[in-house]
Design a protein around this ligand. Sequence first.
Ligand SMILES: [Zn+2]
Length: 311
Amino acid sequence: MTQQKGTIFLKEVSTLDCAVFDGKQAVKGMTWLADVFISGALDKNHFVWDFGKAKKNIKNIIDKYFDHVLILPADSPHCTQKTGINGTNIKVILDIEPEVTDHGDQKNIAMEYDAPAASYAFIPGALFSVANLEEAIALKIKESLPPGVQSLKVKLNEEIGDAHALFFHYTHGLAGHDGACQRLFHGHRSKVEVRIDGQRDFAIEKWLVGEVLKESIHIAVTSQIPSFRGGEDILPVDESHKIQMSYDGSQGSYKAQIPSSKVLMIEEETSVECLADFLFNKVKERVPGKLVSLMVFEGVNKGAIREETRL
Ligand SMILES: [Zn+2]
């Protein structure tokens, strides 16, 4: 008698909210939903793998190794690894290609990041690719598969959204968070929805995403910048246009050097609640006297709302 086989799938088994270095030019926030396909022989219950156990195992592995981290292609010639703070951190120097300014000067925009080892996921390749990340996740899950499972595939999907949805990418860290949100470089791919006097305003959304958030940005607060001396919109930039950030969290110490052109300062904290406040105030300045309602997402299916009602 031949052994019966089957293939199961788990859709959206976990979400990855992370920062990604493309291997060459940029670090940006990303959010993916992970689907997993598993093939193998059926067990005594005629299961390939009990859904409850499979979901728990797979989600734990993705959360531990690939969520809320900076993902780097390990073979990139633009990424150098060193020992970081306390001898236990990892420091990476991202030798990003020079950027030509509006005045025709060349700026060296190398980035640096020093963080506890668990803040990173190094995957194969010189350039980042989603296929390589899917393969790296599948390999990690395969380390703890039950007997009988013969193959496992991971598919990462970006949120699609409605026909008008515009997405922006941001990276950030929340120093005071007791979990992985404290990591200075994790991020999200998110959308923002704005209603003016009750009507969705796609022009304002386009302006927010294209000009305020610049489609991809690192969000920071002054408390993360030791040399900050205060003042409206004044950033402590050195002659090479870099901002030095550092803070201590419950998982360790974080330090980063980021080009000032990539940083957006907001007040209080980098939480999505504070981001909603910041964007709401920007919209109010643009359309004074109008009733504004704003919904900003942090990745998929969660976020913060700021709205006002007529008295
Ligand atoms: Zn976050």
